[in-house]
Design a binder for this molecule. Structure first.
Ligand SMILES: NC(=O)c1ccc[n+]([C@@H]2O[C@H](COP(=O)([O-])OP(=O)(O)OC[C@H]3O[C@@H](n4cnc5c(N)ncnc54)[C@H](O)[C@@H]3O)[C@@H](O)[C@H]2O)c1
Ligand SMILES: O=P(O)(O)OC[C@H](O)CO
Length: 358
């Protein structure tokens, strides 16, 4: 894509859109993009979803549904699906990625040659890669060799099923280049979905990554029958440790108070729809990490990202006691009951040490 293009021309260019990943969020975001095009009277726009399973692609094309992930939801007619990633990517100026974080790099290696030169690539994912501690935007830039200004991330309080039901929701599109963020926000602006723009890519991504770990902690509290004081304490101190990490990696304080920080943290930690909170609840009820993995049919990114978050924080010299406790529970080093004692037994300190406010 010509980098000189303004937001309006970019949007014209976004008439062919590829969404890789036909799970909850990929399918829902395809619906958002399809509905957004119809709402602005653009009947030429088309969204092609790449699905791994042939049955999923056939169902989307034939029934306009994806009931495994989105029961009772009808997809617009400008959304279709294919099992051929190259077919989905052909001519697509906008490429949306909704693949579990730990599989992204491998998957991108398989499809990278089919991504159109100059396409804008958007990450919907909220995970950190194990082994490298890379954020998804970093994995994408490495594997697709695209410039930072051709990359955007979308994150916010975005439980897929609520959005698929067209319940009013706000979100954030972050890109280093504000005009790219604006163009993606325009393409995804549906009557029930309002994206705001931001240029703090690292801050927006980190809010989404760490809230999953904090939601595991809140779920553990739930599973043990704890009440709202406990959960509010974990959410608030969870935001404090998320903020410390984000600031150390160049994120901005105001991003952490926004939709992709506090907003997503509150939605995920409060909702029974959250897979991460559900996984935490199962741990709190006494199941092991392997038993939880067996019980979950959808991606709970926090389970695999938590050790990477802790490793990244240690590299930066950042204290993340809640994340540390969640990892200890996941690894079977402590029981959920011991988690409370570990957190409450720490040295007393100021709620807002001076070094956190920079
Ligand atoms: N579901 C939500 O509410 C929501 C909202 C915001 C962000 N997210 C993020 O979006 C990302 C995707 O989550 P989701 O909810 O769509 O997950 P999901 O479990 O519903 O679906 C994942 C999809 O990826 C496919 N997949 C699994 N392994 C794969 C592999 N190795 N290679 C390629 N594809 C593979 C699955 O077949 C499925 O289509 C996650 O990072 C998640 O944190 C989810
Ligand atoms: O279901 P979860 O826990 O993956 O959360 C989904 C979204 O990230 C909420 O914003």
């Amino acid at each position: 894509m010509n980098q000189q293009m303004d937001g309006e021309n970019m949007q014209a260019d976004f008439r062919r859109i590829a969404v890789l990943g036909a799970g909850s969020w990929g399918t829902t975001f395809a619906k958002v993009l399809g509905d957004a095009a119809l709402a602005r009277g653009d009947h030429a726009a088309h969204v092609t979803v790449w699905a791994r399973r042939a049955e999923a692609a056939e169902e989307i094309n034939g029934e306009h549904t994806n009931v495994r992930y989105l029961p009772d939801i009808a997809l617009p007619r400008n959304v279709s699906a294919t099992v051929d990633a190259a077919e989905a990517l052909q001519g697509a100026a906008l490429v949306i990625l909704a693949i579990p974080a730990q599989s992204l790099r491998e998957q991108l290696r398989e499809v990278s040659s089919a991504v159109e030169p100059g396409a804008v690539v958007v990450s919907l994912m909220k995970g950190l890669e194990r082994g490298t501690d890379a954020r998804m935007s970093e994995v994408i830039m490495q594997e697709l060799a695209i410039a930072p200004e051709h990359l955007a991330v979308v994150s916010g309080p975005n439980l897929a099923l609520e959005i698929a039901r067209e319940e009013p929701t706000a979100s954030v599109v972050a890109a280093a280049d504000e005009s790219v963020a604006t163009a993606v926000a325009q393409a995804a602006s549906a009557p029930y979905f309002r994206p705001y723009t931001n240029t703090d890519v690292a801050g927006v991504e980190l809010g989404g990554i760490v809230k999953n770990v904090i939601a595991l902690a809140v779920g553990i509290c739930d599973g043990m029958g704890m009440g709202d004081n406990t959960k509010a304490s974990v959410i608030t101190r969870g935001l404090a440790e998320t903020t410390r990490l984000a600031l150390s990696l160049g994120g901005r304080l105001e991003t952490m108070a926004g939709l992709s920080g506090l907003g997503d943290l509150v939605a995920t930690c409060s909702s029974p729809l959250s897979r991460n909170r559900t996984a935490g609840r199962l741990l709190g009820e006494g199941r092991t990490r392997d038993q939880v993995a067996e019980a979950m049919t959808q991606t709970a990114e926090g389970v695999k990202s938590a050790p990477a978050v802790l490793h990244l924080a240690a590299q930066r010299g950042i204290e993340m006691p809640i994340t540390e406790a969640v990892v200890a529970v996941l690894e079977g080093q402590i029981t959920p009951e011991q988690m409370g004692a570990r957190l409450l037994g720490r040295d007393l300190k100021s709620e807002r040490p001076a070094k956190e406010t920079h």
